[in-house]
Design a protein. Structure first.
Length: 470
């Protein structure tokens, strides 16, 4: 029996990677034909983004991708999760842009040349602004446009990329963006957000169906941001119901249609007054439940929720973790409770055991019966890093990383097939409404000089990867 201090090994096929997203790192926002996405437009709305930051330059990865891939190689990364920018590939959502596609083609070649597996995400929130002006994700037609965009990217890269993720975190792209209004396009309307959620799922299904028909060797999937919703008082009916509603709207609203071909009945009842069902046309759920090969799980923390603001420790709304205005239809009376846990620079609780429970639950209830594997496609932490004599001693991030990798090993020991892990993020970058204020990278970026400095967490990660254990 190994004691608590003896090293634990990862399965031989387990891969270690890091993740980024186009808008957060590329810059070159107005180059080679790229036009505005909803995030370019949102950054111009006064007060929408901290310090009025924007993605014009970001990490200048568009020009520095070769060096960035060399850096990944030096760190020992085995896989790299990135996204393609719809506005670069199809400016204004119109004709395909050869220069935009060529950038991703060169990036993929560079990765393959260095022995790093590309893991491509087709949508990480940067819808062409021109399509937003036609209604964005609230417009059903956007789902079909997305499928056409996906097929165009596949035409260009399908000979070299096998891992395809349709969407990153559709909850954020719908609920947070069209109900909470915290993300682009900044709309605050529950009925619109629910329609956006359905159309995103439809876009996913249409794409999976058509890509699978083209090439049965592709590994197709979607990435969901899932939570572990715990009732503050598990003996209190109100708290249990708060947990049910958060679980329903975060997790089951997306998992059920994808894996069971139906929306959860309790959530449908919660949102019945918002006219959601009119958007679900005959055949949609069959398309949405088209078989996938892998589910990507993004996990940052769980949620302890109650229906009552009775305790001093409770907040009247979510801590900075969750938007001030409830993006949960029919959950206006949910109160978040901060537990006695350390928090990150985002105010997010550090709760690694939640990842073990989440993976187990998703495997038992959804992916296991479907016979598919799980990958952790994002997990990471922002801290107030300091650069001292050319080094960043980010000990908290090192502990965060190691604790979550151990949590994955616990899930694997419990029989959950977890194929790999992507730390969020490879490097500091544009953290959406927080701009450049929040640093999630294992590599520091100096935004004045674009200098990259691997932090202690990068060094620790390299050690784990080379030993395949921790
Ligand atoms: C996730 C996003 C990712 C990054 C992390 C911190 O929700 O997918 O782009 O912002 O949070």
């Amino acid at each position: 029996m190994p004691d608590a201090t003896s090293p634990r090994s990862f399965p031989p096929t387990f891969f270690f990677g890091a993740a980024t997203a186009a808008f957060q790192i590329e810059g070159a926002a107005h180059e080679d034909g790229r036009t505005d996405s909803i995030w370019d437009a949102f950054c111009r709305v006064p007060g929408a983004v901290v310090n009025a930051d924007n993605g014009d330059v970001a990490c200048d990865h568009y020009h520095r991708y070769r060096d960035d891939v060399s850096m990944m190689k030096d760190l020992g990364l085995e896989a790299y999760r990135f996204s393609t920018s719809w506005s670069r590939v199809q400016p204004d959502g119109g004709a395909f842009n050869p220069k935009g596609l060529d950038f991703y083609s060169r990036l993929v070649d560079e990765l393959l040349d260095k022995g790093i597996a590309p893991w491509l995400t087709l949508y990480h929130w940067d819808l062409p602004q021109a399509l937003q002006e036609l209604g964005g994700w609230a417009n059903r037609d956007t789902a079909f446009r997305f499928r056409d965009y996906a097929l165009g990217v596949h035409d260009a890269l399908g000979d070299r990329v096998t891992s395809w993720t349709t969407l990153n975190e559709p909850w954020c792209a719908s609920f947070l963006s069209y109900i909470g209004g915290e993300h682009a396009p900044g709309i605050q309307d529950p009925a619109t957000g629910l329609a956006a959620g359905h159309h995103l799922l439809l876009a996913h299904g249409l794409t999976v169906k058509d890509l699978a028909a083209r090439d049965d060797s592709l590994q197709l999937g979607i990435t969901l941001n899932l939570t572990v919703a715990d009732a503050v008082d598990p003996t209190d009916a109100g708290d249990l119901d708060a947990a049910r509603r958060i679980d329903g709207q975060f997790n089951r609203f997306f998992l059920d249609p994808i894996f069971r071909g139906s929306y959860p009945a309790d959530v449908m009842q919660d949102v019945a007054h918002l006219g959601f069902e009119q958007h679900v046309q005959p055949g949609d759920l069959e398309i949405i439940s088209s078989p996938i090969h892998s589910l990507g799980v993004n996990y940052y923390h769980g949620d302890a929720v109650s229906s009552r603001p009775t305790d001093a420790a409770m907040t009247t709304a979510a801590p900075s973790v969750r938007p001030k205005r409830s993006p949960f239809p029919a959950a206006d009376d949910v109160y978040w409770h901060l537990r006695d846990l350390p928090t990150t620079g985002m105010g997010w609780e550090v709760q690694p055991e939640g990842l073990t429970r989440l993976l187990k639950r998703v495997h038992d209830e959804y992916t296991g019966p479907a016979g598919i594997a799980l990958a952790v496609t994002e997990n990471g932490a922002a801290y107030d890093d300091e650069l001292v004599d050319g080094a960043v001693h980010d000990t908290e991030r090192v502990s965060f990383l190691e604790a979550h990798l151990r949590a994955i090993l616990d899930a694997i020991d419990d029989g959950v097939p977890v194929t790999g892990y992507f730390y969020w993020s490879l490097m500091d970058n544009f953290e959406w409404a927080w701009g450049y204020d929040k640093r999630f990278g294992i590599v520091r970026v100096d935004y004045e000089t674009q200098e990259r400095t691997p932090k202690d967490s990068a060094i620790a990660y390299t050690r784990v990867i080379s030993g395949r254990s921790l």
